[in-house]
Structures are given as structure tokens and as C-alpha cells.
Design a protein around this ligand. Structure first.
Ligand SMILES: Nc1ncnc2c1ncn2[C@@H]1O[C@H](COP(=O)(O)OP(=O)(O)OP(=O)(O)O)[C@@H](O)[C@H]1O
Ligand SMILES: O=C(O)c1ccc[n+]([C@@H]2O[C@H](COP(=O)([O-])O)[C@@H](O)[C@H]2O)c1
Length: 213
């Protein structure tokens, strides 16, 4: 069965790195991919843009195609947006349909600090997206949990609802939201690091202009 893949993030703002790796993951996994903004990202400072502003940017970014869609379920939940809560909810909705949680290599390296992280595999597979500049070294905890779960054939993820891990070698794009926020705060214009839909409304990037970082 075709998997549903979830790509969670702060998206403060969404950039071409996010879109490109999500698009390639959808091709490599033959999966529907949903971008899912976190309301209160658990392990970082509050985003500069509000949930409504981040949704407006994501909506603009996703125009003109239907392979990548938006899932706003975490924005309806108060408190830290723990991924385990989202996966429990989705698993109850999906029955046996395969679910893949997509994580950049940096987020994946920090997985053992996530809420109930081992339980994530009861509800989903994990797809790890390569990211430039991120060392592939895993902590012992992570390696012990992951190595028995690792597969290289994406077709296996269509046959089981959850429990496997796959590494997805995507085109390296050294773009981060941090760098984009820095450029905008300096009064610069990171036009070609961002999806062109974000320039339809000049006010959409205001949360980052003249900001104190
Ligand atoms: N260029 C990229 N290549 C691969 N994965 C990425 C890239 N940018 C972001 N990701 C992944 O996208 C997910 C959401 O990331 P997030 O919204 O925090 O973006 P970010 O660019 O890492 O932001 P920030 O610089 O604010 O931390 C994470 O799993 C992250 O690892
Ligand atoms: O569940 C957790 O404990 C947890 C801890 C850190 C990050 N996450 C999720 O990981 C995704 C990427 O987070 P971030 O901070 O890199 O944007 C986003 O969906 C977060 O909600 C989840």
C-alpha cells in the first residue's frame, strides 16, 4: 500500500531545501508527502513567525503542484508538539497503511532526546534525509535501536505499517532557515533560497526583517 510520509518542521520559514528533499523523498518512497508545521517545536526557541504566518508561507510555497500537501493537525494542539502524540493519532486514523516519518539527518541524530522516542517505531517507519554538513555518527543508544531496523529497499516500506528505518540520499542543498533569517535580519534578499510563491506578498517575510536574532 502506498505510504503516507510526514515531514514535520518549524518551517520558520519554509525554504527550497525543505521542498526539494520532500519532493525527492516522495519519488524515492513512492509516497504521498505532507509537510506538517509544529505549533510549539519541543526543542528550540519559539519561531519568529506565528502559526498563521508559517501556514501562509507553506500554502504559497506549495502552489502549482499536488505531490506535496500541508497537514496542520499539530497547530490545533496546545503545548509542545510532541511527534509521538501525532503518530498515535495518525495511526488510529490510518489502520494498517504504512506511515513514514521523514527527518533530516540533524533531527535524526537527536532522536534519543525526543519524547517516548522508541515508541515512534510502533506507529511509523523513519526515513532519514541526508543533509550537507551533518556528520552521520549516531549515539550508541540510537545505533542499537536503529541497526536492526535498517533497510535499503523502499519497497519494503509498502508492505509493513511501521518499524523500519531507511536512509534517503537526496540532492545536497546547504540551505537552512537560520541562514535565511540571518540574511533577512541584515536587510538582504535571499530570493533564490526561497520558493518564489513567498514573493507574491511582500509582507510575508516581515517577521524576519529587522529582527533581533
Ligand atoms: N537543506 C536541508 N536538507 C535536508 N533536510 C533538511 C534541510 N533543511 C531542513 N531539513 C530538515 O527539515 C526538517 C524541518 O527543519 P526546520 O523547519 O527546523 O528547518 P531548518 O532549516 O533546519 O531550520 P533552522 O535553521 O531554523 O533550525 C528537519 O527534519 C530538518 O532536518
Ligand atoms: O517529539 C519530540 O520530542 C520532538 C523533539 C524535537 C523535534 N520534534 C519534531 O521534529 C520536527 C523537526 O523539528 P525542528 O525543531 O528541527 O524544526 C518537528 O516536527 C518537531 O515537532 C519532536
Amino acid at each position: 500500500m502506498k505510504p503516507l510520509a510526514l515531514f514535520g518542521g518549524t518551517f520558520d520559514p519554509v525554504h527550497l531545501g525543505h521542498l526539494s528533499v520532500a519532493w525527492e523523498a516522495s519519488e524515492l518512497l513512492d509516497a504521498e508527502v505532507r509537510l506538517m508545521p509544529a505549533n510549539v517545536p519541543p526543542h528550540r526557541n519559539a519561531p519568529a513567525a506565528s502559526p498563521a504566518q508559517r501556514v501562509a508561507m507553506l500554502t504559497a510555497a506549495l502552489q502549482g503542484q499536488d505531490r506535496l500537501t500541508l497537514d496542520t493537525r499539530e497547530l490545533r494542539r496546545e503545548g509542545p508538539s510532541y511527534t509521538i502524540d501525532t503518530l498515535r493519532e495518525l495511526r488510529a486514523e490510518l489502520g494498517e497503511r504504512p506511515l513514514v516519518l521523514l527527518l533530516g539527518a540533524d533531527a535524526f541524530a537527536g532522536l534519543p532526546s525526543w519524547q517516548s522516542w522508541r515508541e515512534l517505531f510502533e506507529h511509523a517507519h523513519i526515513g532519514v534525509l541526508s543533509r550537507p554538513g551533518i556528520d552521520a555518527a549516531w549515539s550508541v543508544d540510537l545505533a542499537l535501536e536503529i541497526l536492526p531496523r535498517r533497510v535499503t529497499d523502499a519497497a519494503l516500506l509498502h508492505e509493513l505499517p511501521a518499524g523500519k528505518m531507511i536512509e534517503l540520499a537526496v540532492t545536497p542543498l546547504e540551505i537552512s532557515a537560520t541562514r535565511i533569517r540571518e540574511l533577512l535580519a541584515e536587510g538582504r534578499d535571499p530570493r533564490y533560497l526561497l520558493p518564489c510563491g513567498l514573493f507574491d506578498d511582500p509582507a510575508v517575510l516581515d517577521p524576519y526583517r529587522n529582527a533581533t536574532l
